[in-house]
Every structure is written in C-alpha cells, then in structure tokens.
Design a protein around this ligand. Structure first.
Ligand code: MG
Ligand code: MG
Length: 268
C-alpha cells in the first residue's frame, strides 16, 4: 500500500493491546480460512471470500477495502501468486498445483487494526518454492526476536536482511513494515534492510506490522498495469509473511496468532 511516513508513533495502553490482540485473533482466523481454501482449482476470489466470511462473522471490516491508491483498492485481502510479491487483486485466476500464494489481510476491531500475511503452497510445490516459504517465514521470527524494548528499528531490519541474504535471497527495498494501531499505517517505518544500532528506539506499547517480503532472483520490483499488483522484476518467485507485534516489558508479543496461540496457515 502507498503511504506517507510523517505519521506518528503511537504507544498503546494495556487495554488497547488487548483489543489489538482480539483484532489479531480475528485476522488470524481469516488467514486460516484463506489457507484452507487454497488448493489446485480454486480461484483467488474464492480465497478472498473465505477470509471475508470470517471478518463478516465477527462483524469487522478490512482496512484494505477502498484503501486509497491509483484507484481505491477493491477487495478485503490482497492475494499474490508466485512472482507477485504483494497487493495482488483477487479475481478469476485459477490456482494450480505448484503455485505459491501470499494472502495479506487486515481487520478493524473496536477502532484498532490488525495486519498480517502468510504465504502457502498450492498442493505439492518445488523444493525451491518450499525453501523460499521456509526462509521467508523464519526471517519474520528472526526479526520479531529483535523487537525488544531498548533495541532500535535498525536491529530488527538488519536481522531480517542478514538472515535472508545469508540464505541467498533478496529483500525488497521498496515496501516496508510499519507501525499499526488506530491506523493501518503509522510510524515508524520498518524496512527489511538496515543497519544495527540505527533508527528509533523500541518502547513498550509500540505495535509494529513486521513483514519480510523476499525475492529469489532480484530485489527489484515493478507494478503491473492494474496499478496495484507488485511483481519481482525478473518474475522469479516471491513470498511474504507478516505479523502485528507489540513491544512489551516482557519481550515481543505476537498479536496476530490464532486464538489457541498457533500460527495461521498450517494445514489441519
Ligand atoms: Mg499486511
Ligand atoms: Mg502491513
């Protein structure tokens, strides 16, 4: 999503963090429904509908719908297949065995936003595709581990970059993680690359949507003619994982896990 970065960093109270955790559970449930609907022969519109039905069940809406851009974003989720990195628009594309699909979803609950994303395989995928999924997901947790009060944004960013590049892949320079709260996009901006020890200091009550976007062949991207879908410049495979995470006195708290604390996206 396009965004401006003069936005404020907000510190959430304990009560506000509880609301954001509730928003995060709904979002995780929506992602799980999307993952369960992801199979060969399904369309990306069907995956979007699966997530949307969970949001509707809880009486919440997605902050993605009508998000301002070249034209208002037309869906509740973004669904990005293979070389599509982020912001793919759900539609009549039919998934086939071997594809990988990134689903990004948001939920607004009692005025607070949860934002998270998963990438999932369609049926059996190549070893290369599975490795990309594994590395991208692990890089998210490597970054989260650095979200400790007193650390700086650069500690988080550089941990993700070093991990991903150490595996031989690339992080995008053009899209970043972000603060999240009453707005989907608040300060601070949290790139997936950076220098340890630089940037603002993390404080308890900060909530950040951390979202490694990883590419196999190049860090470069371009936007398709639909003005939303971002693809790898060389059309190599990409993946994207995201959690909304709070900085606390007791370490990072992942707000977008399932009700039972599990990670969304695992097949049951
Ligand atoms: Mg997102
Ligand atoms: Mg985000």
């Amino acid at each position: 999503m396009m965004m401006s970065w003069e936005r404020q960093v907000s510190i959430k109270s304990k009560r506000e963090l509880e609301i954001m955790r509730d928003a995060g559970k709904i979002n995780a449930e929506a992602l799980q429904a999307a993952a369960d609907a992801t199979k060969p022969g399904a369309t990306t519109a069907e995956i979007n509908a699966a997530a949307e039905s969970v949001l509707k069940k809880h009486g919440v809406y997605s902050p993605f719908l009508n998000y301002p851009g070249a034209y208002p974003y037309p869906a509740s989720t973004t669904i990005s297949v293979n070389e599509e990195l982020v912001h793919g628009i759900p539609g009549n594309r039919v998934l086939k065995e071997g594809d990988i699909v990134s689903v990004d979803c948001g939920a607004v609950y009692e005025g607070f936003v949860a934002d998270s994303a998963i990438s999932v395989p369609v049926g059996k995928v190549s070893e290369e595709a599975q490795r990309l999924l594994d590395v991208t997901e692990e890089s998210l947790y490597v970054g989260i581990a650095q979200m400790i009060a007193g650390n700086r944004i650069g500690d988080v960013s550089s941990a993700i970059q070093n991990f991903v590049e150490g595996k031989g892949y690339y992080v995008t320079r053009e899209y970043t993680g972000h603060g999240v709260g009453r707005q989907m996009h608040e300060g601070p901006q949290v790139p997936n690359y950076g220098i340890a020890g630089r940037g603002i200091v993390l404080r308890p009550g900060m909530t950040i949507a951390l979202e490694p976007m990883v590419l196999i062949g190049t860090p470069a991207t371009r936007v398709l003619r639909d003005q939303w879908t971002v693809i790898s410049y060389d059309r190599s495979l990409t993946a994207h994982f995201e959690h909304t995470v709070a900085v606390s006195e007791n370490g990072p708290l992942i707000l977008t896990l399932l009700e039972d604390g599990g990670k969304p996206g695992r097949k049951k």
